[in-house]
Design a protein around this ligand. Structure first.
Ligand code: FEH
Ligand code: ZN
Ligand code: ZN
Length: 357
C-alpha cells in the first residue's frame, strides 16, 4: 500500500455494488483521529444502504461502507483528545452534532439535531453517508467517539460497537420490566448477529429466563451455546409453546430483532400485561397501537436505536471480563462480496467481520 493511497469499499452509485478501490490517505486535522482499521463488522443495515434507491437515504454517494469498526489510533490532529497513538479502540458509530444535550451526554444515537444533519445530507456516521471502516484507514471526527478496548481482539471488539451496543441498549430499554424475578421470562426473536449477544447480555446482567425463537435450527443451537434456557422454531403454534414456558402469564419483555409482520404478531401474542416490547429489527412489519386492541394492557412499545457511549464502555467491559463473546465469521476485506452474499442468504453464523488483508 503506497503511503498516500489506501483501500476502501465504496458505494459509488445508489443500487450499485460496493467497489474495493484506492482512495487518498486521510490526513487528520483539528480534533480528528486517524484509525488503522483492524476489523469492520457487516450489518444488515449495510444491505439497506446498498439497496437504497436514489434519495432514499439522507446521504450523498460516494462514501465508504462500514459502521462497526475497531483498530488502533494511527495519527491525531493537533487538537485531538482521547485515546493516544497506538491504543486499540472501537469506534462509536452514530455521529451526532457533538454539542446538543443528547450528544453531550454521549447519546449521539438520539442527537437533537439529527433532522438538521439529515437535511444537510451530512450522514449518520462512519459508513452511513460518511466514509466508513470497511477500509485500511478510518478518519474519525473526534476522540469522543473512541472507546479503548485494551487487549480485546479487534474481531471481537468491532461487533460490540453496533451489534453488541444495540443489543445492550435494547435490554436497557426494557429493564424496568425485568425486575429480579428469576421466574420472569424474556423472549428474544431472531438469534443472529444482535440476538446472540442479547442472550448473553440478558444472562450476564439479569435473572430472567431467556426464551428464543428463530427460523433456523443452527441459530437456536447458537442461542443455547449463549445461555438461552429454551429455543423454538417459528411455527403456527409458537405463541402457545412460549406462553406455556412462562407458566401461562406471558413474557415480561420481548426483544424483536427481526421486526417483521410475523415477528411482531408473535410478540403481541406472548407479551404479559404491563410488559415491554422493544422493536429493534427493521423487517418492515407494522403494529397497530389502539385501545382496545391486540396489545395487552399496559404494554410499553419502544424503538431503540443503537446505543450511547457510556453503554458502549459497559459492553466493552462485559467482553473484557469474558461475559460477552461474539460468534464471528471472518472474511478478508477483499472478500467483501462473498460476505455480503452470505449475509443476504442468512447463512452467517453470528456476525460477519471483514479484516483488511
Ligand atoms: C444504522 C443506521 C441506520 C439504521 C440502523 C442502523 C443500525 O445498524 C445501527 O445499529
Ligand atoms: Zn448496523
Ligand atoms: Zn447532537
Amino acid at each position: 500500500m503506497s503511503t498516500d493511497r489506501t483501500r476502501a469499499l465504496r458505494l459509488t452509485r445508489w443500487g450499485g455494488p460496493p467497489v474495493l478501490t484506492q482512495v487518498p490517505r486521510p490526513i487528520p486535522s483539528g480534533e480528528e483521529v486517524l484509525i488503522q482499521v483492524e476489523a469492520a463488522g457487516l450489518c444488515r443495515s449495510d444491505l439497506h444502504v446498498m439497496d437504497a434507491a436514489p434519495g432514499g437515504l439522507p446521504y450523498r454517494v460516494p462514501f465508504s461502507l462500514g459502521h462497526e469498526v475497531a483498530g488502533r489510533v494511527l495519527e491525531r490532529g493537533p487538537q485531538a483528545a482521547g485515546p493516544e497513538v497506538g491504543e486499540s479502540v472501537v469506534v462509536y458509530g452514530p455521529w451526532g452534532c457533538g454539542s446538543c444535550a443528547r450528544c453531550a451526554a454521549g447519546a449521539e444515537n438520539y442527537c437533537d439535531r439529527r433532522a438538521v444533519l439529515d437535511a444537510g445530507r451530512v450522514g449518520t456516521g462512519a459508513g452511513l453517508g460518511r466514509d466508513g471502516g470497511m477500509a485500511d484507514l478510518l478518519l474519525v471526527p473526534s476522540g469522543r467517539l473512541l472507546v479503548p478496548v485494551g487487549d480485546l481482539a479487534a474481531v471481537q471488539a468491532a461487533p460490540l460497537s453496533d451489534a453488541g451496543l444495540t443489543a445492550y441498549h435494547a435490554v436497557a430499554t426494557v429493564r424496568r420490566s425485568l425486575g429480579d424475578d428469576a421466574s420472569a421470562s424474556v423472549v428474544v426473536i431472531g438469534v443472529g448477529g444482535l440476538g446472540h449477544l442479547a442472550v448473553q447480555i440478558l444472562r450476564a446482567t439479569t435473572a430472567v429466563r431467556v426464551l428464543t425463537v428463530d427460523v433456523r435450527e443452527e441459530a437456536l443451537a447458537l442461542a443455547e451455546e449463549c445461555g438461552a434456557h429454551f429455543g423454538t422454531l417459528l411455527r403456527p403454534d409458537t405463541a402457545g409453546v412460549l406462553r406455556s414456558r412462562t407458566g401461562g402469564v406471558g413474557a415480561v419483555a420481548v426483544l424483536d430483532f427481526v421486526g417483521s409482520h410475523s415477528s411482531l404478531e408473535l410478540a403481541v401474542a406472548v407479551l404479559r400485561a404491563g410488559g415491554d416490547l422493544a422493536v429493534v429489527g427493521s423487517g418492515g412489519g407494522e403494529l397497530t397501537v389502539r385501545k382496545p386492541g391486540a396489545l395487552p394492557a399496559g404494554t410499553r412499545v419502544s424503538l431503540p436505536f443503537w446505543g450511547t457511549v457510556p453503554e458502549l464502555r459497559r459492553v466493552v467491559a462485559l467482553a473484557r471480563e469474558g461475559a460477552l463473546r461474539v460468534e464471528v465469521e471472518r472474511f478478508a476485506l477483499s472478500s467483501a462480496p462473498e460476505a455480503i452474499t452470505r449475509l443476504r442468504s442468512g447463512t452467517v453464523r453470528g456476525r460477519a467481520v471483514l479484516v483488511p488483508d
